[in-house]
Design a protein around this ligand. Structure first.
Ligand SMILES: Cc1cc2nc3c(=O)[nH]c(=O)nc-3n(C[C@H](O)[C@H](O)[C@H](O)COP(=O)(O)OP(=O)(O)OC[C@H]3O[C@@H](n4cnc5c(N)ncnc54)[C@H](O)[C@@H]3O)c2cc1C
Length: 489
């Protein structure tokens, strides 16, 4: 059996390891932290269970296909519920729009907001479905290592129909004029880490994912996905070693031979690095073997980082749904302060999640589990004072919106931002979600998943193809497993 070392036990590392073990490799994952999940780790405090990162379960088909690939079902590992309403959007003056689950109800809502928009909504979704089908079932499965992968008449035809060269902002305005509808439709694009003006219209596939396929939640929390993936990996024979920070890879004549960690040395026939790409290049491989220099990395457009608060509250909070988006301030100003003139936002938009609304297991009885997230520019100076300043701003708005005091009922509080992303994951510039999905950072234009200098060294994860997010990270892991297997054979 050929040995493969996978660096990191996030979604991409677990998927790569499982894919390789399934193909008959002897796989060991070396993870620096004490648990699997990477950005999707979990922690418990004062009876609360906090998911540390992802909270939106979108594209259930990708998870189902992942487990099905190994003859398993998602339900073998966790129970999913569909959220209805999917989420609430809070606009200026605390006006709230709760988005119902299901296309018929959404069509009626749109018609109410902009007469005549119901039919346009259907047409928009029809086009988005095509984009989802081609984008998710074909494009994201391309390893993007050569232009020849994209040279076929059918694919060229698809590229035109996918609206790759038109911005999402322009595309959406062909269908709707109502400002609230535009906000609702542009929201999922923010997950891609760029503004709707800089995101290809192809990504209306995100609206299809959200509105047609739905917003789901694994009971017990998002970390249940990780637990399921770990159980499956181990069932396939993958060994996962924790508290093993990889420090160096020994390369001989262009071939990786050994991986050295804080605890020991491991012989190997190939390496898959799922830790942050820049960290692997800069700290683990060093100058001789990196694919890209610092100038290249400096020019990348990073998706935002985040300032997060995990709060345990000793009472139930009225009005909050499971997912709540506070779009009650100027979106373009906040976007400007993330992308154009990076600085701490003057008037932040933010996201509040209260999973205890759906799931009583994540908080003690009668209590609320709250997660707050402000998207912020990467690489900002992250101080305790700054975090406290934003805590006050957010709590004031939250208390006003919910009509109740919250601060005096907070029994557990933890903040998390750039410093923590760097320390816990070696995140380049303290990024949360990797690279932005701009046109110039798509497919072949992303950092490649294969080393150009080490024959048996591969990359996976949110900084390479296909991109950030849990479903793309799973795909990235499976993609690299299949590329490595093709070449090793
Ligand atoms: C706050 C937040 C909210 C998010 N919300 C969502 C959401 O709602 N829905 C969604 O789909 N996506 C969401 N995402 C994005 C999603 O979580 C990520 O895209 C995905 O988890 C990335 O997985 P990965 O395997 O590429 O990287 P990671 O999860 O970062 O895994 C890399 C692993 O490598 C390890 N590592 C690093 N350096 C070393 C080393 N030297 N030696 C050994 N191990 C090392 C790390 O500890 C980590 O475990 C969110 C992300 C964040 C941060």
């Amino acid at each position: 059996m050929k040995k493969v070392i996978v660096i990191g036990a996030g979604f991409s590392g677990l998927a790569a390891a499982t894919g390789l073990a399934d193909k008959g490799y002897d796989v060991t994952i070396l993870e620096k932290n004490s648990m699997a999940g990477g950005r999707a780790r979990v922690f418990e405090a004062e009876g609360f269970t906090f998911d540390m990162g992802p909270s939106w379960y979108w594209m259930p088909d990708i998870f189902d296909n992942y487990f099905a690939k190994f003859n398993k079902k998602t339900s073998d590992y966790y129970d999913l519920v569909r959220l209805d309403p999917s989420y609430a959007v809070i606009l200026e003056g605390n006006e709230t729009i709760a988005l119902p689950a299901g296309v018929d109800k959404l069509e009626a809502l749109f018609e109410e907001m902009e007469p005549g928009s119901g039919a346009k909504f259907r047409e928009f979704l029809r086009q988005a479905e095509y984009k989802y089908d081609v984008g998710i079932n074909q494009f994201v499965w391309k390893p993007s290592r050569s232009i020849s992968e994209f040279v076929s008449v059918k694919l060229l035809y698809d590229v035109v129909r996918l609206d790759v060269f038109q911005s999402f902002a322009k595309h959406i305005r062909k269908f709707f004029t109502d400002d609230k509808i535009l906000k609702l439709m542009e929201f999922p694009i923010l997950f891609l880490g760029a503004t709707p003006e800089n995101t290809p219209a192809m990504y209306s596939l995100m609206n299809y994912a959200e509105m047609q396929l739905g917003t789901w939640y694994p009971m017990g929390g998002m970390h249940k996905i990780v637990k399921g993936m770990v159980a499956l990996a181990e069932e396939k024979g993958v060994k996962i070693l924790y508290n093993q920070e990889v420090q160096k890879v020994v390369v001989n004549n262009g071939i990786a031979k050994q991986v050295i960690t804080s605890q020991g040395t491991f012989d190997t026939d190939a390496v898959v690095a799922s830790a942050d790409y820049h960290h692997v290049e800069d700290k683990i491989l060093g100058q001789t073997y990196r694919n890209y220099d610092e100038e290249y990395w400096d020019k990348r457009v990073m998706a935002p980082s985040s300032l997060l608060f995990y709060l345990g509250v000793n009472k139930r909070i009225p009005k909050l749904l499971h997912h709540n988006l506070f779009f009650d301030e100027d979106f373009s100003l906040h976007a400007h302060e993330i992308y154009t003139e990076p600085k701490w936002p003057s008037k932040p938009l933010f996201y509040a999640s209260a999973p205890s609304v759906t799931d009583s297991s994540v908080a003690p009885e009668g209590c609320e589990n709250i997660f707050l997230l402000i998207p912020v520019a990467p690489d900002l100076e992250d101080t305790e004072e700054m975090r406290e300043k934003y805590y006050s701003i957010l709590m004031e708005r939250l208390e006003k919106y919910c009509g109740t005091s919250i601060r005096d009922s907070v029994v557990y509080k933890r903040s998390y931002a750039h410093r923590d992303f760097k320390q816990d994951y070696h995140a380049f510039k303290g990024n949360a979600y990797g690279l932005a999905n701009t046109l110039m950072q798509t497919a072949l234009l992303k950092p490649t998943l294969k080393s150009k200098k080490i024959q048996n060294f591969y990359y996976t994860g949110q900084l390479t193809v296909p991109g950030p997010g849990v479903p793309p990270s799973l795909i990235s892991g499976l993609l690299v497993a299949s590329e490595l297997d093709k070449e090793m054979r």
